[in-house]
Design a protein around this ligand. Structure first.
Ligand SMILES: NC(=O)c1ccc[n+]([C@@H]2O[C@H](COP(=O)([O-])OP(=O)(O)OC[C@H]3O[C@@H](n4cnc5c(N)ncnc54)[C@H](O)[C@@H]3O)[C@@H](O)[C@H]2O)c1
Length: 390
């Protein structure tokens, strides 16, 4: 304890006629409470995969008062030079890094096919992980990983970062408060044009499993589940890449929820459009902002567009011939990637449960898998909630 504080306590205690024993007790009580108010040491994090999104995680950590980036894993020249510019050592493999460093948590932002192997390595070392979306390249692998984490009691947080956006939190609160009544219909649009060099700089983006259903639509499906519950049935169509990649370039699906609500979701990375979360949410400055919305949700009492958070109702009679008007609901604007790192720190400290757990990531992946299967077979796929982890 601070000497000045100690002397003040002693002087005040003597003035009150306290015994030396009583004074010593008081001093140790104050020392304890001073310890309790000391800031916790920073949580030490590592990043595995310092590419496009890995560098955003590094930027979020740099702004965090609670987290410190202590090491990076990336075998590429670009990754190494990005690590160097942050003044950090860069390891060629995760196991090499774990021989030298003891991070409290690891962010895995490598190409999707590497998520499970690297996630499992961290779990076997007892280290909580934030794994980028999609959780895995296949549901079998994802289930294995989630099961292993459960057995070892190690937290997985899946990088569906939009759930950390205050806009989404506000939308969820409005739905939970019943402002829309019972949700019956949802629509999500994820249309944009990814330039050729996006695929040239990272070859894996051309390969199976890295198409817009897995990479982009997975965010929208996660939010539809977040807003509306579990998906029971899936119908879908897709169109193969005209650029010659192994994936689709356009897909639309109909999702039927256990509540009876229906969502129509559409994705393309090869059309010019202002309607996507990227261009409407102002989440990341590299995308132009279009003042449009990309999600529409309609219920028995009202409708909500997102991200502009316009809540539509009939002020008088609930009737299509009566006036309908919208109020814009307020929300904070904070960076969801920063919020997500802050939340990961809380999870590591044992102060929070993962907002998007491994099980949640797995359930979303099951819907994505069903969309792929429905699109390739033309059949309606019924989900049997295989994700249940024993
Ligand atoms: N949350 C989001 O909004 C968001 C945005 C983009 C990407 N993602 C996801 O993040 C992941 C990475 O995507 P990206 O666009 O940043 O990819 P990227 O290709 O830009 O970056 C991947 C990095 O991983 C490195 N890498 C490759 N093999 C490695 C290994 N064995 N160990 C460590 N590093 C290795 C690469 O060198 C590269 O620097 C994907 O799963 C993607 O779906 C999420």
């Amino acid at each position: 304890m601070d000497m000045v504080l100690e002397n003040m306590i002693l002087a005040q205690s003597a003035a009150k006629g306290m015994t030396v024993g009583e004074m010593t007790g008081l001093l140790s009580q104050n020392a304890l409470s001073a310890q309790n108010t000391l800031p916790s040491p920073k949580v030490r994090l590592a990043i595995c995969g310092l590419g496009l999104v890995g560098q955003r995680h590094a930027a979020a950590m740099a702004q965090s008062l609670d987290a410190q980036l202590i090491g990076v894993v990336d075998p590429s020249d670009a990754g190494r030079s990005a690590a160097q510019s942050l003044g950090l050592s860069c390891y060629n493999s995760l196991s090499e890094m774990l021989e030298e460093e003891t991070p409290d948590g690891v962010v895995i932002s490598t190409p999707t096919p590497l998520h499970v192997e690297q996630g499992e390595t961290c779990i076997e070392h007892g280290i909580p992980v934030l794994i980028e979306k999609p959780l895995a390249a296949s549901i079998e692998e994802a289930r294995h990983l989630v099961q292993r984490a459960k057995e070892k009691d190690i937290a997985i947080l899946v990088g569906h970062h939009r759930r950390h956006n205050p806009i989404i939190k506000k939308a969820k609160a409005l739905i939970s408060e019943g402002r829309l009544g019972q949700i019956r219909a949802l629509q999500s649009t994820c249309w944009f044009y990814k330039p050729d060099d996006y695929f040239e700089v990272a070859e894996w983006r051309k390969l199976k499993g890295a198409g817009p259903i897995s990479v982009n639509l997975v965010h929208d499906v996660d939010l539809m589940r977040h807003f509306c519950g579990e998906v029971l049935r899936v119908q879908a169509q897709s169109v193969p890449s005209s650029r010659g990649f192994e994936n689709e370039e356009l897909a639309s699906a109909i999702l039927t929820f256990d509540t009876g609500a229906i969502a129509t979701v559409s994705v393309s990375d090869s059309v010019v459009s202002p309607w996507s979360w990227e261009m409407t949410s102002k989440e990341y400055h590299i995308y132009p902002h279009t003042h449009e919305s990309c999600y529409m949700i309609a219920g028995t009492e009202g409708a909500l567009s997102i991200p502009d958070l316009r809540l539509w109702t009939h002020p008088d009679a609930k009737d299509w011939w009566s006036p309908i008007s919208a109020i814009s609901m307020p929300s904070e604007t904070t960076d969801p990637l920063h919020n997500q790192i802050r939340h990961f720190v809380e999870v590591i400290r044992g102060k929070a449960e993962p907002l998007v757990s491994g099980e949640e990531g797995l359930k979303t992946l099951e819907v994505i898998d069903a969309i792929q299967a429905a699109a390739s077979t033309g059949e309606t796929i019924t989900l049997d909630h295989r994700s249940a982890i024993g």
